[in-house]
Ligand binder design. Structure first.
Ligand code: ZN
Length: 241
């Protein structure tokens, strides 16, 4: 029976590993999904900057066209100054020219502001481009990692499943049933007892029960949580990885 308790401890370490591996296999695709979403968000930001830039360029071209037209108008009105028939006509033309020049100066200021803004958005667009590239690389790396890890996991899983079958075949049918039942109810079935305490539920167990657990000749379950108790000092820990 002593041997059987050791088998149970090993079986549990294996089962904990298998649970963890299965969790990991679910989490890995989630990581890829998160990376994909981050990439899509970065692409969205880049697209917004591009659109913004297009709008600003359009606005700039509009203003520059207007500036040219206004310049032509000023030239035309200046030409008419010489043909003015009266003082009134002359001062009216001067007034119009002044007002056109005012509009030109205002437009020029607006174009300068626009050019500044365009430079700014161009820098933002560059940064967004860089971010997209980084996120693409990061996603590719995550995919590669995922495939590698998955392959490793699948191989190790198969080996450990076989190992598990081997362990189970050496248990009595009754012990195996107890193990599976408690595992199903409690998450894990085997737990160490220390100083008269079950380390699964932290309840104090009767001294006689503890003595029997120490002897290790029989399968003893915690009277409170039903887990199988052991006092095996060198028990293997749950496999890291
Ligand atoms: Zn307990």
């Amino acid at each position: 029976m002593r041997e059987e308790i050791k088998l149970l401890v090993k079986l549990q370490a294996l089962d904990l590993w298998l649970d963890k591996a299965q969790r990991l296999m679910k989490e890995l695709p989630q990581q890829i999904q998160d990376e994909s979403q981050a990439l899509e968000a970065a692409k969205g930001r880049l697209e917004a900057f591009r659109q913004n830039l297009k709008d600003l360029e359009l606005e700039r071209r509009g203003k520059e066209k207007e500036l040219m037209e206004l310049g032509d108008k000023v030239g035309e009105k200046k030409g008419r100054l010489f043909q003015a028939k009266s003082n009134e006509e002359y001062s009216a033309l001067i007034k119009e020219i002044e007002s056109l020049k005012e509009r030109i100066s205002q437009l020029e200021d607006e174009v300068i502001l626009l050019l500044d803004r365009i430079e700014e958005v161009k820098a933002q667009e560059e940064a967004a481009k860089k971010e997209v590239k980084e996120k693409e690389e990061s996603l590719e790396a995550a995919k590669a990692r995922f495939h590698k890890k998955l392959q490793e996991l699948e191989q190790t899983l198969q080996e450990r499943q076989k190992e598990r079958e081997g362990l189970v075949s050496r248990l009595s049918k009754r012990t195996h049933q107890i193990y599976e039942k408690v595992k199903k109810n409690r998450g894990y079935a085997v737990v160490r007892a220390e100083k008269y305490t079950c380390l699964g539920c932290h309840m104090e167990i009767p001294p006689q029960t503890f003595v029997e657990v120490k002897k290790g000749e029989e399968i003893i379950q915690c009277p409170f949580c039903s887990r199988i108790l052991h006092c095996w000092e060198e028990a293997p820990k749950e496999d890291e990885e």
